[in-house]
Write a protein that binds this ligand. Sequence first.
Ligand code: GN1
Ligand code: MG
Length: 371
Amino acid sequence: MSTKETENSINSAKQFNLEGEVLSTSPFGSGHINDTYKITTSSNTNNIYLLQRINHHIFQDVEGLMNNIEVVCNHLKAKLAHLGEEEVLKRTMTLIPTKTGKNYYEDANGDFWRVFILIPDTRSYDILETTEQAYSGGMAFGQFQKQLSDLDPKKIVEVLPNFHNIDFRMNNLRSAIASNPVGRLDEIQDLLDYIFEREEKMRTILNLGLSGALPLRITHNDTKFNNVLLDKNDQVQCVIDLDTVMPGYVAYDFGDAIRTIINSAAEDEEDVSKIVLNIPLFRSFTEGYLSEAKDFLTDTEINTLIYAVHLLPYMQAVRFLTDYINGDTYYKIAYATHNLVRTKAQLKLVAELEKHQNELVAILSESLIDN
Ligand code: GN1
Ligand code: MG
């Protein structure tokens, strides 16, 4: 970390109501949007804290964002209150207020910061290892949707409008192509052809939604598997990263989770031959998800799950490629072609999913009967 970054993060950490004195901060995690630091304090007793600088170029309504998170956390805590305070702290995220009682701090540079408790004895996985983990992940997101199913949607602002709206993402891609600001179009024509060939069929869920056939629910909208914390026995502990909790269609959460679960390689794997499907993990995640969600989902919602399995990697490819064309202004990158590599990896996943479509449909039906 640069000296300035260290100074800024320590100064910001000191604004919050923490136990002990702030001693140091160090980078933490692998998010593409916000900057996360672990705080070390002089208190060796209770809590460990995570500090985050919110990317306010993306989350422009920080007040609305933080209010959403507070509303969601309080709703979840009330649902779990019967388990006792200690369990509630382990199963939900907890925001620490500033010394003046706000849920975020704005520093002199106009940067926005927040602090959460780091839940001890947990871990998250970028790539899964076992079917038990997949089952737990499915339960985690199914439970999350269920617990939020009676939260009044009016209490939640749509922090990033049209987040999973494929028309919006395609329009952004078309605008990027039209302006071609850094001259990257020539090298990606084959990828664009591949994307546009599939555009119409990727609109299925959106069309159903627009026709009124799908209920809008409060969904997570960033269900990468590493946004589930598991305990040391790989049981569900807590769903994290509540930035994009907004009204949405349940299938989007299912598809986005499958995007990371079914892929035996990383989201940004350079060697696309390594991107193959791990179908047993798909089955286990689906079974875990349906064990929680089956009772509240409508038949139409259940029928859309398979479309989302194709849509979410596709939409992620569109987003990565749009950012590549725009000169990498949205996602953090580690090297110049990172967004291009990510795009190719997601499109390879789309191709693999198409190849195995019938098998996945059969597993979804079997899981419904078994559950
Ligand atoms: C971003 O920052 P992170 O890793 O939680 C993105 C998600 C993408 C994801 C791809 C606000 O999430 O939508 O699916 O990268 N978040 C936002 O890894 O755009
Ligand atoms: Mg996120």
